[in-house]
Write a protein that binds this ligand. Structure first.
Ligand code: N01
Length: 515
């Protein structure tokens, strides 16, 4: 966004809480942290030289490599000089008379104030890490680590008794690596998740060569897909083929790794029968990978449709339970009661631990913005506006909050997609919109309430045509006690969404009040 704003001749400053760039890849330094989108696709497309010159080493990039890439981008485009690091925004207040935002920050120099006509919230969807509400958490005398706030120094688990709480993507990635170091690992699982192997490895140079030769076309294709990744989705229902053919197709896609399995039919997230077929197939794979049938049973999700929570992409996750130093503790039947000075107390047992790794996730999609006191027209607060669930127009703007734009905000495909594709689309759309305002000498743009209401309704209606809302996921806010249950991402796909945004722009930003 900063680079793009400079490109359209605007002056911009970025406020960043961390002491370096990288966002997700700056904070999530836990062992095994890795992207679930293949590296050549999980990269910026805005600069042809950058995409040609950067060399990825692994098919799925690990956190250190992604952080190197993002630092490289920051240096290459000389971004740091306009980034204020270690600067946490605590409030953003809009002044209706001057049409200017005042952002108050705290940083090493104490409190400061930044004034700007436009305020772009690039605050992230999974950037507000949540500690679980378990009594006694602060009394633990060992090492307590959250995957989303991982220390910068290397953590060595050698010789340690380690407990991991949580088996979402973060836990599933960290568990095999911790197990390979620790003396003993206890995994505290409340709800199993579906995970598929990445089949990661060193990147195939021939494959990359092909991609680099065809980058413009591949990028363009990605922009019009459902997920923002240029996979070909089979245009057929899983129920249109015989059971044998279905099995053959699932088997064919499985070794391709990661999300490719969810592209093998076109109705897996819409048709319960098709979804059940894939879920049964993956449960069968868990049986094949886990030696102890009782453990395999505990690891099989039964409570939600597959892909209704973001499917996890792992390396050796299920096989880790075949190790002698790893135990699975089913905290659904034996709930965690408290954390003690020396470990974890469940209803039935006390587990002595040196380190507890908390992989319990985030206050997703709205958490980072709602931590700030954001006030729009008439001093109205965003917390109140979103009291019954996030409301946006296009996931890009909020009625009553003029000149504020959100990147990958609720109501846009964001977390259901390749984030880089979605982020770039929002950056381009916002920059074009700001250029449009500048060309016309306008000082203010605001989503109107009717357009926002209609978009919120459209996002809800679309989600209800799918199986997504039937899972207790963070997409719905279900992981945060008291958070309103509203399905936040737009399920219509990156391509359809982009066309819609472009159409709104072509119609002189219909739904926006511009003056
Ligand atoms: O968090 P989660 P995450 N006691 O919310 C459990 C992205 N990501 O950090 O379901 C016991 O998914 C909770 O159990 P339950 C990706 O989009 C991507 O793992 O509430 N357990 C669940 O098992 C992902 O979806 C990558 O019963 C408790 C876990 O903690 C998103 O980030 C890698 C508990 C939380 O799972 C979030 O993933 C990592 C308690 N009190 C993350 N409270 C890539 O691969 C919670 N849990 C790119």
């Amino acid at each position: 966004m900063l680079h793009k704003l400079r490109g359209i001749g605007m002056e911009a400053v970025a406020l960043e809480k961390g002491d370096g760039v990288g966002g997700t890849w700056y904070w999530n330094r836990y062992p095994g942290a890795r992207c679930d989108v293949e590296s050549p696709y999980y990269s910026y497309s805005f600069d042809a030289d950058l995409e040609q010159e950067w060399e990825w080493t692994e098919r799925y990039p690990a956190q250190p490599e992604l952080l190197r890439y993002l630092n490289h981008v920051a240096d290459r485009f000389d971004l740091r000089k306009d980034i204020s690091f270690e600067t946490t925004a605590v409030s953003a207040i809009f002044d209706e008379v001057s049409d200017v935002w005042t952002v108050t920050t705290v940083g090493p120099e104490g409190g400061q104030v930044t004034r700007a006509r436009y305020c772009v919230m690039a605050t992230g969807c999974l950037s507000s890490a949540r500690m679980p509400d378990i009594p006694g958490l602060e009394s633990f005398e060992g090492n307590l680590l959250h995957t989303g706030m991982w220390p910068h120094e290397e953590v060595d688990f050698t010789g340690q008794r380690v407990g991991v709480i949580g088996t979402g993507s973060s836990g599933i990635q960290a568990i095999p690596v911790i197990a390979s170091q620790a003396e003993n690992l206890q995994v505290f699982q409340r709800t199993p998740n579906f995970s598929v192997p990445a089949f990661n490895g060193p990147i195939d140079q021939e494959w990359v060569k092909g991609i680099k030769a065809d980058y413009p076309a591949l990028r363009e294709r990605s922009r019009h897909t459902t997920m923002g990744i240029p996979y070909q989705r089979r245009d057929q229902s899983a129920m249109e083929v015989s059971a044998e053919e279905r099995q053959r197709i699932f088997e064919h896609h499985w070794p391709k790794g990661g999300f490719r399995i969810s592209s093998c039919f076109n109705d897996l997230i819409r048709n319960k029968e098709s979804n059940d077929a894939l879920a049964t197939f993956v449960r069968g794979k868990i049986d094949e990978m886990v030696d102890d049938p009782k453990i395999a049973e505990l690891l099989k999700p039964q409570d939600h449709p597959i892909t209704a929570k973001r499917i996890c992409v792992d390396t050796d996750y299920y096989a880790t339970y075949n190790r002698d130093n790893v135990d699975l503790v089913d905290v659904k039947s034996d709930p965690i009661q408290e954390i003690t000075a020396r470990g974890i107390q469940t209803a039935g047992k006390h587990f002595e631990l040196d380190t507890i790794v908390v992989a319990t996730g985030f206050d997703a999609m709205t958490g980072a913005m709602l931590r700030m006191d954001i006030r729009g027209r008439g001093g109205a607060s965003l917390r109140e506006h979103w009291d019954a669930g996030a409301r946006t127009y296009l996931g890009l703007a909020v009625a009553g909050f003029p000149n504020m734009f959100t990147i990958a905000g609720p109501g846009s495909p964001s977390v259901l997609s390749n984030m880089v594709t979605s982020i770039e689309q929002h950056v381009e759309w916002i920059a074009e919109h700001l250029s449009y305002l500048a060309e016309r000498g306008c000082a203010s743009s605001e989503a109107n309430t009717v357009a926002e209401d209609e978009w919120v309704e459209h996002v809800r209606e679309l989600s209800e045509k799918t199986l997504f809302p039937s899972a207790n996921s963070w997409y719905l806010g279900a992981n945060v006690p008291g958070k309103p249950r509203v399905f936040m991402p737009y399920v219509g796909g990156v391509g359809t969404y982009r066309a819609h945004c472009e159409d709104i722009a072509a119609r002189d930003y219909e739904g926006f009040l511009i003056k």
